[in-house]
Design a protein. Structure first.
Lengths: 390, 410
């Protein structure tokens, strides 16, 4: 069994040789994921974007309006970079992409507010840039309400109310928001936790499919099967073994970056996520073997695996929730290993709830690992009588 | 003469493309279908009726009103009223609910006493849109109820006076260029541009990879007989441009139309802007294609790049807040400038003058990548001719030796 000519280990060593012989493997299994790890975690290292460029149009130019602008600029997310003399100018700056939004204070604000004429402050944001736009909106809206409350408070103070009474009158009901697991609304927590595994999954799907089908293309598939004594399960597991180990190492690296270095929430510790990551890799390999066996053409099976890898990013639901998608796509989302990984991450890392709640997601990943059992016999057939089609 | 060669190369390239299903998938099928899939995915723009649970510890008229009104907002849907937090938490853990509204027992009394009462909101942070829905839904209800409470207290004033009393300065919000303030209007324009660039890179690399393979197997590939690299480069570029002129017309004009997305572009501006974008894409693809040594490796090399590229364009995480390294790196990709330009042309009706910086950078990229592609072709043809040169040299040497031998035997 353990001789150098035959068996799982021999195939594994043969595969290491194959992987070393082409820089393509190193590039896509090591460099590409590493680049993405560094890219995403450094891109959003601020967590929440600070000092977003915004503008102001102050047609009132009174002490009230100047006060509003000063206060607005002191918000962490808003950076007033310029005052514009009129609406058209500010709109133009927004169109050119210099600012993401602006605050419009009409002429006569101070006068109208103190004489009960109810003037209107306007908030304009460029919603093509959704994140900066909503953050600016949040700051500006708060500022507008505060400005109104400030004026209202003054009126109440003048009538002899104290602070508690004034607030009780101006805002009888207030909201206290608890953002569970991510209280600072850190974007990196919310994106990197899925983006890093997503890139790795894409690579796992493509490499698995590619490496199996290049055997057919290079016409070495017979030799490969013979080394396994014609046992296709042995052949495939020997081949994938070195890849699995390398991919698990790559997964460990992102886990260390996310939960060790950046210290993102990992309420239930490191191990549930390590387990999930290892299972995610095995599940993706299982899925790719299933596809590679079912479709006896390198290009078509690789195309499908690629599509699956790319599509798993939006369909995992980390940016736009699955429940907001059309029903057909909601059903489709069950067929993506990354979807289950994302659900496990939410339970185990972000919310830190008992493993028992996530059990079915782990089971689902396990089912993906078993998928090749359905059609791997087809791979053996193709391995023995196959001609490469372009 | 060169014009004829140019057209021949172009024609051959088109023929090659049409007869190769692999390339056709990249050049036609993906650009045709992928944007539709994405638009379908984000078709609902925002999430409505996020399921939440309520824990009403007050059980008063006011607390019931608050919950009833929250349930009635388009953002939220109360799926269950729980008797305690334990039960509510369990529902959240089971992913039945993504938010929790808890009303403390002294809620109504505090308000009646004229103090400020607090409603506790707990939100599952697995998606930011849940947070947005919960916060905006409940804020809307509280503003509405605050007004009612104030009006009750100020009995005797006219409606208008009341309004002024409760809100001395009004505010309004205008979301420009993406009226639904949703995902589709924000992500799709970037995806469309990226699809154009990436499919071109993939398709062109696949063609180049196939040729490389054939050459390795010793088969003759067209282009060898045309020794002028500019003609070969130009001919191929012309073929890709012809295909992509049609494809981008579909992707950028018809797809948004199908999904009723905002489209404010002016024809001449869009056309003028697309010229340098497509040119830079073509030469960018041709430059990259020299790294591809076989037919299928383009998948492994170029697909994953799309993911960082969409972020580099600054459509999601703002460019102003990126580390300088990524801001500079982003400059070398046509998609970065094209996404920003196209977004403004398409969604805010910008004219060519408004996107001048992007327009210029795309022309610069076109020039740079034209040069790199050309250098590659020149090098390639030199190395391609090398075997012939060696053969020639060998033949000359053989002749010489033969002559020497002849002389010696004499």
């Amino acid at each position: 069994m353990l001789n150098r000519e035959k068996g799982v280990l021999a195939i594994a060593f043969r595969e290491i040789g194959r992987m070393m012989s082409r820089p393509l493997y190193g590039l896509s299994m090591i460099l590409a994921p590493l680049f993405c790890y560094v890219f995403f975690t450094t891109l959003m290292k601020e967590g929440l974007p600070q000092e977003l460029p915004a503008g102001v149009v102050d047609e009132d130019n009174s002490s009230v309006s100047r006060n509003i602008i000063r206060n607005l600029d002191s918000y962490q997310q808003t950076g007033i970079i310029r005052q514009y003399s009129n609406f058209a100018e500010a709109r133009n700056a927004m169109q050119k992409g210099e600012i993401y939004g602006f605050f419009y204070i009409p002429r006569g604000l101070e006068h109208d507010a103190s004489s009960s004429q109810q003037p209107t402050i306007s908030i304009y944001t460029n919603s093509t840039y959704l994140i900066p736009s909503s953050l600016l909106y949040r700051d500006m809206k708060t500022m507008a309400i505060m400005a109104a409350a400030g004026v209202g408070r003054q009126v109440l103070f003048a009538r002899g109310a104290n602070m508690d009474q004034a607030m009780g009158f101006l805002q009888p009901i207030q909201m206290d928001m608890h953002a569970l697991g991510n209280p600072y609304l850190n974007y990196s927590v919310y994106l990197s936790n899925t983006m890093l595994p997503a890139v790795l999954v894409l690579m796992v799907l493509m490499i698995t499919c590619f490496s199996i089908h290049t055997e057919l293309k290079d016409e070495t598939s017979k030799e490969w099967m013979d080394m396994a004594g014609g046992n296709v399960l042995k052949a495939v597991s020997g081949k994938l073994l070195p890849q699995t180990l390398l991919f698990i190492l790559m997964a460990a690296i992102y886990l260390v970056i996310l939960y060790g270095i950046l210290d993102f929430p990992h309420e239930n510790g490191f191990w549930p996520m390590l387990l999930a990551s290892v299972m995610l890799i095995l599940a993706s390999q299982g899925f790719a073997v299933f596809i590679a066996s079912a479709i006896p053409s390198l290009r078509w099976s690789l195309s499908l695996c690629t599509l699956w890898g790319v599509l798993s990013i939006p369909i995992s639901g980390f940016s736009f929730p699955v429940m907001g998608m059309p029903v057909a796509l909601q059903a489709l989302s069950y067929l993506f290993p990354l979807r289950y990984y994302f659900l496990i991450y939410v339970d185990q890392a972000l919310n830190g709830i008992p493993m028992f709640y996530s059990a079915w997601f782990y089971v689902a990943l396990m089912l993906f690992m078993l998928m090749p059992l359905i059609d791997i016999w087809m791979l053996k057939k193709t391995a023995y009588k196959y001609t490469y089609l372009e | 003469m060169w014009l004829k060669h140019l057209l021949t190369v172009c024609g051959e390239e088109l023929k090659k493309t049409v007869s190769d299903t692999g390339v056709l998938v990249f050049f036609l099928v993906v650009p045709l279908l992928y944007p539709l899939l994405y638009a379908y995915l984000y078709g609902q723009e925002v999430v409505h009726e996020v399921p939440v649970v309520a824990v009403d510890d007050c059980r008063s008229a006011l607390s019931r009103e608050f919950l009833r009104k929250s349930d009635a907002t388009p953002d939220l849907k109360i799926i269950s009223y729980c008797s305690d937090m334990e039960e509510a938490r369990d529902l959240m853990h089971r992913h039945k609910a993504y938010g929790l509204i808890q009303i403390p027992s002294e809620f109504q009394k505090t308000i009646e006493d004229g103090h400020q009462a607090t409603v506790n909101l707990y939100c599952d942070m697995s998606g930011l849109l849940y947070y947005k829905a919960l916060l905006s839904g409940c804020t809307m209800v509280s503003l509405d109820m605050n007004k009612d409470i104030q009006i009750q207290r100020l009995a005797g004033l006219s409606d208008r006076e009341l309004e002024v009393q409760t809100m001395p300065i009004e505010n309004e919000y205008v979301t420009m260029f993406n009226p639904a303030n949703g995902f589709q209007g924000f992500l799709i324009p970037a995806v469309l541009i990226l699809v154009l660039q990436q499919t071109m890179v993939l398709g062109v690399s696949m063609i180049a990879g196939t040729e490389y393979e054939k050459r390795r197997k010793g088969k003759l590939v067209l282009g060898g007989e045309y020794t002028n690299p500019i003609v070969v480069l130009g001919g191929k570029a012309m073929a890709y441009l012809l295909i992509y002129a049609l494809v981008s017309a579909y992707v950028l004009c018809i797809v948004p139309e199908l999904f009723h997305m905002p489209q404010l572009w002016h024809g001449t501006t869009l056309f003028a802007f697309m010229v340098p974008f497509l040119l830079s894409c073509v030469f960018f693809s041709m430059t990259l294609s020299f790294f591809v040594k076989d037919r299928e490796s383009c998948f492994l090399l170029f697909v994953f790049v799309s993911v960082p590229l969409i972020f580099m364009s600054g459509i999601s995480w703002p460019t102003s807040n990126m580390p300088a390294v990524w801001r500079y790196l982003a400059q070398i990709f046509p998609s970065t400038h094209a996404v920003n330009g196209f977004c403004r042309i398409n969604t805010s009706g910008a004219l060519i003058g408004d996107v001048l910086p992007e327009f210029r950078k795309l022309w610069i990229l076109s020039g740079v990548y034209f040069m790199t592609a050309l250098l590659n072709y020149i090098k390639h043809y030199r190395s391609n001719r090398a075997p012939e040169l060696i053969e020639k040299l060998k033949a000359e040497r053989r002749m010489l030796r033969a002559k020497v031998r002849e002389r010696l035997t004499r």
